[in-house]
Design a protein around this ligand. Structure first.
Ligand code: SF4
Ligand code: SF4
Length: 452
């Protein structure tokens, strides 16, 4: 079903809070024994005892079954605030992920089954993201020790940042002694048969042996209906990138899976992108994107952009680069070799677009205009953007316009200054040298830090 309003009507026949993603999708953080239904709600613990005799409890925890019950009864689960924020804008152009994610064909296909048996603790999801480890060589500014071992090492050396005290650090299991990974491999033969999509996340997945185990196992036991997706920051040592590209090529050539999609991330352009995602080497990144797209004619690369306050000044350049890459790699099997998903950062607050002063609103408007003016269906070269890009960029613009309470905005601007001052000291960086165009904003935040 392509029409979002039709999907909404269908969901509303159960309740105005009903979201199929709560049943059909899951992100498993196996390294910490936690999970969430999609990536928006905070993670919750997966009790080891619930896994005994039922590895499907990696997804169907007692906690999640309670959240599902709430949805069916018409109560908004608090953990789904990302969607309620968007829905409360009451704007027709702001469509929540509850509707977008429920519209996925594999979710709609399970609509009747879920209505019939909504509290089944053996339910097999259709879309699974799994991370095996938090090992990562990057320290992206908005990431944390729970997801990046390099962040954890920095905190161990320098202590916590002033405004991130009280963050909840999860126990991280060693990869070879992890009961959740053990349960995952027990569940895998049953799980993979019904899966539409399996996506490996991290940490940096190319640094985990379990990632290569999945790829090798699918070469031996193919799943031709499976969409295999792998996240990578594309900054791993060359030997691992080579091994990865080789396996991807073999899986593609033998048609062992239905499709192969590599997800990667970048949120701005050039040195500014390197500043946001510490560890990223801009040229190496684009070279690896090029190598992946050149390796075979089917693999697609998708950029997951976390649009944040520092994305705004070079975002159009990033969009232009994407058009350039698509022009080079487009073919009949692969009309959009390089896609971008424009999500917006919500945490930590001091890096969201909501801390920006009102003079950045025209800049965001020009990003929306650029996307509107470069729609793929109007492009003579067949490259560009589509309606969902416009919807997601407009959503960010509307969120910026809605703003924050003045007191909270001032506090977050002060935190922005304090965080990046300390960040620059620890990482030998210089905000103003990297973002000279933001000097007025930087000085304004400095003032906030001195007065708040
Ligand atoms: S309502 Fe939104 S946040 Fe909650 S599971 Fe659905 S898509 Fe995710
Ligand atoms: S690459 Fe991913 S896991 Fe690593 S620091 Fe960046 S966001 Fe975190």
């Amino acid at each position: 079903m392509s029409n979002y309003s039709d999907v909404k009507k269908k969901l509303d026949t159960v309740s105005s809070c009903f979201c199929l993603a709560k049943w059909t999708t899951v992100t498993l953080h196996l390294e910490s024994g936690t999970n969430h239904s999609c990536h928006h709600p905070k993670v919750h613990d997966t009790p080891v005892e619930e896994l005994v005799g039922n590895p499907a409890a990696l997804h169907n925890t007692k906690f999640k079954i309670q959240q599902r019950k709430g949805m069916i009864e018409g109560n908004r689960p608090e953990e789904c605030g990302y969607c309620w924020n968007v829905e409360d804008l009451k704007s027709e152009s702001a469509i929540s992920d509850r509707i977008i994610k429920s519209s996925a064909p594999y979710s709609m296909a399970d609509y009747e089954k879920i209505k019939l048996n909504p509290y089944d603790n053996k339910l097999v999801p259709r879309y699974v993201e799994a991370s095996f480890s938090n090992t990562c060589q990057f320290k992206c500014s908005y990431c944390s020790a729970n997801f990046s071992s390099s962040w954890a090492e920095e905190l161990e050396k320098h202590g916590q940042y002033h405004n991130r005290h009280g963050e909840n650090y999860m126990k991280i299991y060693k990869e070879d002694e992890n009961p959740y990974i053990k349960a995952f491999w027990e569940w895998w033969p049953d799980l993979k048969r019904d899966l539409d999509t399996f996506r490996i996340t991290g940490g940096e997945p190319l640094l985990s042996p379990n990632t290569f185990k999945v790829l090798e196992s699918l070469l031996v036991n193919p799943e031709p209906n499976l969409s295999l997706n792998i996240n990578s920051n594309l900054g791993a040592p060359e030997v691992l990138v080579n091994k990865f590209i080789n396996l991807i090529g073999q899986l593609s050539a033998t048609k062992s899976v239905r499709e192969l999609i590599i997800y990667t991330s970048i949120d701005a352009f050039g040195a500014r992108a390197e500043y946001i995602r510490h560890g990223l080497k801009h040229d190496q990144f684009w070279n690896n994107v090029d190598r992946l797209l050149s390796a075979d004619e089917r693999t697609q690369v998708i950029i997951m952009c976390t649009f944040n306050a520092l994305s705004i000044t070079t975002y159009v350049e990033l969009l232009q680069k994407i058009c350039e890459v698509n022009e080079k790699h487009k073919n009949a099997n692969r009309p959009v070799p390089l896609e971008i998903d424009i999500a917006y950062l919500r945490h930590p607050f001091h890096q969201t677009v909501n801390i920006l002063t009102d003079d950045y609103i025209p800049q965001m408007e020009s990003i929306v205009k650029f996307i509107e003016a470069n729609q793929m269906h109007q492009s003579p070269k067949g490259v560009g953007f589509h309606n969902l890009h416009t919807i997601k960029a407009t959503r960010i613009l509307e969120w910026m316009k809605k703003g924050d309470s003045p007191a909270s905005k001032r506090r977050n601007q002060a935190d922005f200054y304090k965080f990046f001052t300390e960040h620059d000291r620890r990482r030998n960086k210089n905000f103003l040298e990297t973002f000279p165009e933001m000097d007025k904003f930087w000085n304004y935040c400095k003032q906030m830090a001195e007065t708040v």
